[in-house]
Write a protein that binds this ligand. Sequence first.
Ligand code: AMP
Ligand code: MG
Length: 491
Amino acid sequence: MRTLEELNIHNTYARLPESFYSRVTPTPFSKPPYLVSFNAAAAALIDLDPKEAARPEFTDYFSGIRPLPGSEPIALLYAGHQFGQYVPRLGDGRAILLGEVVNEVGDKWDLHLKGAGQTPYSRDGDGRAVLRSTIREYLCSEAMHGLGIPTTRGLCIVGSDEEVLREEGAETAAMLIRLAPTHVRFGSFETFYYRGQPDSLRRLADYVIDQYLPHLQGADDRYPCFLTEVVIRTAQLMAQWQAVGFAHGVMNTDNMSILGLTLDYGPFGFLDDYNPGFICNHSDRGGRYAFHRQPDIGRWNLHALAQALLPLMSEDEAKQALTAYEPALVEHYRDLMRQKLGLLEWRPEDGDLVTGLLSIMQANHVDYTNCFRGLGDFRSNPDALNAPLRDMFLDRVAFDAWAARYRARLRAECDHDAERKERMNRVNPKYVLRNYLAHTAIIQATDKKDFTEIARLLGLLQDPYTERPDMEPYAALPPEWGKHISVSCSS
Ligand code: AMP
Ligand code: MG
């Protein structure tokens, strides 16, 4: 375990050509910083001793008051397609890469300070992040990790009494330290393609391959293989989002990680009632990023990336790489749904079993998370009524018809109820970050500077599969007020 000053900081991105980024320094808050939350699990990734969080230097380093020893802060350049339109100059407008920590086992983690003040990419923005959004990002990224979904992580939130203006009025500013193996996005490549800078494009591709996909190093076909790798990772990520009921909300290409991580948590939402057309971002009027469109948007974004990589490969190679998307998506989704249903193997008729369940869930407005969790208690005995699960459906006839098919399917596999339940409870979470849960933590933090709820949720969501009787209310359906929380891009 290391102290803050001993962190093994490298600056490999800052060794790339100067045109890839801007050298900047964080702008401290105008008011003193204080620690809102610290995540020991993330600290372990960078070998940081958790006791370090108690030192005053901790908030100083992670709110830009003191430079972290060894850090060469930069803001990364990138572009991207936002809601289908190409925007040539985006970049880290409010986040600063402090450096990259290499831990004892050789993994490298970006220390990315979000809300660190203006950079040359801030356009009209103030470079700040609000406490509300940093809490959402921090909790959700840890929740996704707990669910086994690739994601950036959250090390800590540092708050202050500085106020910033947003659509909703004056809000508290905060900074978040985000960890990820890299923050390179699809849009990082697009910027060099549209500027007509193939050498930079190649340099960036080589950097990503060398640092993160070393098995491709030196191969003649490394660029098409690299694209194929991103295609497959993205397809698998989409399958995971769909299977868990997560809507990202702003799947612009600048928010698409080159490593297939869930990146940039804005107006995201987990499904409550199963509604495939769910739009979590209230600014997304056309529903471009509605829940059921995510797999198609993933493909659209990969096409945008493939286009940007054309200077590095033939059109045929790019097209060939893209063909990996559909099978990877379908196969992974199928596998996840098979596990969610507690089946040991996939049979051709199982597709109908899945769509049959989803369609009665939709028609009956049944909660996605709780329904799958409840399915773990399904008893395959023909006399079993399976009352608690059945009672989630207003249309009992439809449920009974589906249950009969499910029962037959389970019996065909020589199913053992207790074993199946155990298997299912390891893949169907009990707890997800419902909007209303995050909202409660946010209100306590912003109105009373009470951060206990953040800590409680963090602990709960890092292990969302284990039943915790004392935490039962956290698995409850949203209260009426919690169903209509509107979340916009303004953060
Ligand atoms: P996001 O919606 O957070 O993915 O951000 C999209 C782009 O807008 C990125 O280039 C951000 O850096 C930039 N941006 C968002 N909010 C701000 C802000 N308050 N100040 C400066 N730039 C911002
Ligand atoms: Mg973004």
